[in-house]
Design a protein around this ligand. Structure first.
Ligand SMILES: Nc1ncnc2c1ncn2[C@@H]1O[C@H](COP(=O)(O)OP(=O)(O)OP(=O)(O)O)[C@@H](O)[C@H]1O
Ligand SMILES: [Mg+2]
Length: 305
């Protein structure tokens, strides 16, 4: 007997849970593709799942540079399968949060957890291996390589990088290269960049470079993707494409955190928004809630004064 039920996710902006179809087995799958096993013999009313833990959790995370408290006791959670916006005026500490989560910087204090596991002091490659990808505010393409070559470089840890593999395990290396080439082609199609596959990355427009930066992150097949201003400098046509891709990623059950200054983009895409100001967490809520908060308006007006 199977029972259809929904998984209770504590976060107000949690992704809707997807009930398993009747007769499909006693498990429940959330939008993030997580499966909650249910004992077959238990009565229906006993099938109350515990709340899904956040995918990412920051607890009182701080980091200073000299006298500047770039990130000051910041706490927030990101629920699986959602798009969370991280907003705030220039210098609020948003990119520093990404650098802390991805291991590019170490916090002075506080705790960062991924699926409940502490990752606070792990190096970047260990965090990548746990399924976290990111884009940089300023795209990091290699201009003298083609768009496809830039994508194929992105995953790292490839068998062919070890000289002894290249000599002794040619077939394995070739098969892996083919898999990465196929994946690069899928991503080029998703981003509608196929016609630019053999173009030097240095010849792309600013907006196209932003899409390539997103593509490089997608090569890792990550669960959690941190996007630092993916829409900055992107023209309306490319923006339309970007929005469609980000929505598609959420439909696939990926979890996104989006730093953006474009409030229209935040409102269209985000389930939940965390606002920072001057290194500190200011407020959080739905896009509609945070936009109504006078403190948010003040922070932005103060920053532009
Ligand atoms: N590596 C660093 N060394 C010294 N200061 C830094 C470093 N990185 C960031 N800062 C400082 O920390 C503060 C927060 O910077 P951060 O780049 O995180 O802000 P942001 O919210 O991403 O701003 P923006 O919207 O302009 O990108 C700023 O005062 C910045 O000058
Ligand atoms: Mg920034």
């Amino acid at each position: 007997m199977s029972t259809s039920m929904s998984v209770d996710i504590a976060h107000p902006a949690s992704a809707p849970a997807v009930a398993s179809p009747a007769g499909a087995g006693a498990s429940t799958t959330t939008a993030a593709g997580l499966s909650t096993a249910v004992p077959r013999s238990a009565p229906a009313q006993a099938f109350i799942s515990p709340p899904t833990p956040p995918l990412l959790e920051l607890r009182r995370v701080s980091r200073s540079f000299g006298g500047i408290r770039a990130v000051d006791k910041v706490s927030f959670s990101v629920q699986p399968g959602t798009i969370t916006g991280l907003i705030g005026p220039n210098g609020a500490g948003k990119s520093t949060v990404f650098n802390l989560v991805t291991g590019y910087l170490r916090p002075d204090s506080g705790v960062i957890r991924l699926r409940g596991e502490e990752i606070t002091h792990l190096p970047p490659h260990a965090i990548v291996r746990r399924g976290v990808a990111r884009t940089f505010q300023i795209p990091r393409e290699i201009p003298s390589l083609t768009v496809r070559e830039n994508l194929m470089l992105a995953p790292g840890d490839q068998a062919g990088e070890l000289p002894w593999n290249a000599w002794f395990r040619r077939r394995q290396v070739q098969a892996e290269e083919q898999r990465w080439a196929d994946r690069a082609d899928e991503i080029l199609t998703l981003l509608q960049l196929e016609s630019l596959a053999d173009e030097y990355a240095g010849h792309l427009s600013g907006g196209q470079k932003k899409l390539l930066e997103l593509g490089r992150a997608l090569m890792q097949d990550a669960t959690l993707i941190l996007l630092d201003e993916p829409g900055a400098g992107v023209n309306p046509t490319l923006m339309h494409r970007l929005v469609a891709v980000l929505m598609h990623l959420r439909e696939q059950g990926r979890t996104l955190v989006l730093i953006e200054h474009d409030m229209d983009l935040i409102t269209r895409l985000c389930d939940w928004v965390v606002v920072m100001d001057n290194g500190r967490p200011l407020t959080e809520g739905t896009p509609q809630q945070v936009q109504r908060e006078p403190r948010v308006l003040e922070a932005y007006l103060g920053a532009s004064a």
